[in-house]
Design a protein around this ligand. Sequence first.
Ligand code: ADP
Ligand code: 5GP
Length: 235
Amino acid sequence: MERPRGILVIISSPSGAGKTTLARRLLGEFPELEFSVSYTTRPKRTGEREGHDYHFISAEEFQRMAGAGEFAEWAEVHGNHYGTSRAAVERALSAGRDVVFDVDGQGGCALAAKWPGDSLRVFVLPPSLSSLEERLRRRATDTDEVIRRRLKKAIEELAYHRRYEHRIVNDDLDRAYQTLRELYVTAKRTLPGDASELEALRDGDRNRGDWEHAERLIAEGGRRAGGEGAPAAGR
Ligand code: ADP
Ligand code: 5GP
């Protein structure tokens, strides 16, 4: 039987942990899934396409849309504004289409609060802080200054994992993807309504281990912030 309403697949992570890679792969495998294209005031990166990665708009237009209540949620991240169109989400969900969101932790929490019972929330974790830094650098789409800011924000963002039901450590991409896929297929079959299978996955050993991994990263981030204060001030 067709589900009457679609579900929200909310994927968040510190910048560079791999949520876009994982989200795009899920979208590639399940053509019925739709990506929620956010609005942003950030400049377009090389290779990004208008209407595919983001709707790139001016700060004035963003203000107008926010003032008119057109966003289901919006946030300032790294000095730029990002927002999710309320109408686009509603249209997809009412038509029975599932929607993937690549948003930050606060955005993910706001969306899940708006559509409780219809949301699958997954937090992607890097294997280590050094691998996160390396991935941010390898992506090579940002300047050094932007990368430093993103890394600091990434460490702060890690604490949001506590507000997500599921975690995935993105060490091996194929393994990480299989976990995301399993979560999605289970959610698709059981939401809204019976969340017991998802709860079993949430309470499973893997997710508990990944929670501990996240807590270790947060502790390491705290130590780094303390230890790096002096040299950073001299830069
Ligand atoms: P995010 O959307 O979380 O900022 P991306 O998906 O853009 O992160 O990934 C950041 C970089 O890390 C990209 O260059 C991507 O190809 C790479 N990457 C993603 N997952 C892995 C992985 N499991 N192992 C190694 N590199 C990865
Ligand atoms: P990037 O500039 O790397 O594309 O995205 C920066 C951060 O903004 C990422 O954590 C991304 O998930 C988040 N983001 C993208 N779109 C939205 C949105 O519509 N709302 C919120 N809250 N965050 C978003």
